[in-house]
Design a protein around this ligand. Structure first.
Ligand code: SAT
Ligand code: MN
Length: 593
């Protein structure tokens, strides 16, 4: 077995720790060779060529989709597997009812047997990566060991990967240890374990997305949220965008929606022609690390360097920026193919599919041509609305935090929380219909506090308390809003046009932050009055607008009762302040009815 990395001699002690760990893992997993990734283009090209030669990666039409590739995952490995994802803290209470739990020693023992000899005949890749700008005090590093070249290619686009990250690790003195093997892709032998107290992750049996690209959900959310609690910051499932109004003022917002609810679209929104002078800049589309600044404001960095976005539905009308950025240098996972060897997905207007995502001749009877959770991977710098503020080591100051979900009923288009404390209740009460981003039934409403249900690495009761404490540390806390782009009428039609028109809602929020626009006091929170929303240039019936900004009292009453029961599920760890907020809304509701 070739092992000693050529870089080792020149590296300080901490990297020798990396090398010791790599040697231990290699002894257990028995790879044929060990490759330390340097993150160079030459390395990337070689990995790509290898995968193409082995038939695992397929080059797409070089004229229309230059340097784009198709990857087909195992048909039983197409989404995150929440029921096989565990948080292994010493005490079960610390993981909370929001996580599956196993005792760390038991989980380690079980994983050890799965990993034993699993890389025989394969290459072990050592992938050092940095989450956040390399020179940011808020960035954190990790090393992922994986036997998947596809994972290496994706990590190379999604993170700052390679030699520079290893140098940063030497400065930091610590790193998150992530061990990943695709194993035999047997769903019965698939586990994603997190050991937040040891800053470690072990993932076996999946090669897909958040199960396998360990920098993303495993590190930047589950492990980081745990670290953030003890260090006094927040790791959140949020896009970050800069909004420039026609007067030239730019404000930054961070918004949390569950997977596959439009974060990527909002982060790179294109203002409609009827809203001239507006510009939207993207800082990030999925994860935000938020730190209180010396100035009392909340500052955000995007720990990622690329996007792993949902492909279906992307076209020139819905998201021209996304459509343009995925037309070159992209990896497509589980999309269909046209006769011209172009990628195809539901919602792509041009062409027709001839081969489905599994590689079979396309037949509508088999379901959609592209998998509903098919994804693109691209470097963030390919986005036409990419902002270089994403590279600012201190991040950007946040004016508004936005929460939302996919809800047919109840939740109005937008409302504002009365205070930080009320906002924490609003965020903790988020519920959304499930999507194809995780395996399981699609379209059932479930509670998804802060859109972090699958991603908080500790007890939600403690998490809510941490959020409340963070507010106390912010002299100029962002305002908190809730949105719902997905409200439907009785006939099942969407009431709000969505996409670019969502900027009208963001406009109201920014005007609220500036104290320039009014609101009406509703039991649920502060709602725009019809005259407060800028609807010039969009066709929307005043009656529909009234419906969108109203909340049926009986439904809200039911919701309050459900939220109370949900919060009680975290026992004594739920902060009393959240019940006080619930009581207050209940009282307002009574006096209103
Ligand atoms: O599979 S991922 O977790 O990377 C994507 C998502 O669910 O948001
Ligand atoms: Mn996500």
């Amino acid at each position: 077995m070739a092992s000693a990395p050529h870089t080792l001699a020149s590296l300080p002690d901490i990297s020798k720790n990396v090398a010791t760990w790599v040697a231990e893992v290699a002894a257990l997993t028995q790879p044929e060779r060990v490759h330390w990734c340097d993150g160079s283009t030459a390395e990337r090209d070689r990995l790509r060529e290898d995968l193409v030669r082995r038939g695992e990666l397929r080059p797409l039409n070089p004229e229309t989709f230059p340097r784009c590739y198709l990857y087909r995952s195992d048909p039983a490995d197409v989404a995150r597997v929440e029921h096989l994802t565990f948080v292994c803290t010493q005490s079960q209470e610390d993981a909370g009812p929001n996580n599956n739990w196993l005792a760390p020693a038991a989980a380690r023992a079980q994983m050890r047997e799965l990993f034993r000899g699993c890389m025989r005949g394969r290459t072990l890749y050592v992938v050092p990566y940095c989450m956040g700008p390399l020179d940011s005090p808020y960035a954190r590093c990790g090393v992922e060991i994986t036997d998947s070249a596809y994972v290496v290619l994706n990590m190379g686009m999604m993170t700052r990967m390679g030699r520079a990250a290893l140098e940063r690790i030497a400065l930091d003195g610590s790193f998150v240890r992530g061990l990943h093997s695709t194993g035999e892709l047997d769903p019965a032998r698939r586990f994603i374990m997190h050991y937040p107290e040891e800053l470690a992750i072990e993932s076996f049996g999946s090669g897909y997305g958040g199960n396998a690209l360990l920098g993303k959900k495993c590190h930047a959310l589950r492990i980081a949220s745990f670290q953030a609690r003890s260090e006094g910051w927040l790791a959140e499932h949020m896009l970050i965008a800069g909004l420039q109004n026609p007067a030239g003022e730019t404000h930054y917002v961070a918004a949390a929606f569950p997977s596959s609810c439009g974060k990527t679209n909002l982060a790179m929104l294109i203002p409609p022609e009827s809203l001239p002078g507006w510009k939207v800049f993207t800082i990030g589309d999925d994860i935000a690390w938020l730190q209180p600044g010396d100035d009392g404001r909340l500052w955000a960095i995007n720990p990622e360097a690329g996007y792993f976005g949902v492909v279906p539905g992307t076209n020139r009308a819905t998201n021209r920026n996304a459509f343009d950025m995925i037309s070159h240098d992209a990896i497509f996972t589980n999309v269909a193919l046209t006769a011209d060897n172009e990628p195809w997905w539901e919602g792509r207007k041009k062409h027709v599919p001839v081969t489905d995502w599994r590689g079979r001749p396309y037949d509508a009877a088999n379901g959609p041509a592209a998998h509903p959770n098919s994804r693109f991977t691209v470097a963030a710098t390919q986005n036409p609305s990419y902002s270089t503020a994403a590279e600012d080591p201190h991040g950007v100051p946040i004016s508004a935090l936005i929460f939302g979900g996919r809800r047919r009923e109840l939740a109005p288009l937008v409302y504002e929380a009365r205070s930080w404390q009320h906002g924490v209740l609003v965020a903790a009460s988020v519920a959304s219909e499930t999507t194809a981003a995780a395996t399981g039934q699609v379209g059932v409403v479930r509670r998804d506090p802060m859109a972090m249900k699958p991603f908080t690495g500790y007890n939600f009761g403690d998490y809510f308390a941490h959020w409340l404490r963070m507010g106390q540390r912010l002299a100029h806390a962002p305002r908190i809003f809730h949105v719902n782009w997905f409200r439907q009428n009785a006939a099942g039609q969407y009431l709000w046009p969505g996409y670019g028109e969502n900027l009208r809602v963001l406009h109201w929020m920014l005007e609220r932050c500036a104290g320039r626009v009014g609101a009406q006091d509703g039991a649920i929170g502060l709602l725009p009055r019809p005259q407060d929303l800028n609807v010039t240039g969009v066709e929307i019936d005043p009656a529909v607008l009234a419906e969108l900004t109203s909340v049926p009292a009986s439904a809200l009453q039911r919701e309050l009762a459900e939220v109370r029961v949900y919060l009680q599920g975290f026992g004594a760890r739920t902060p009393v302040a959240l019940y006080e907020e619930l009581d207050q809304i209940g009282r307002r509701l009574e006096t209103q009815v």
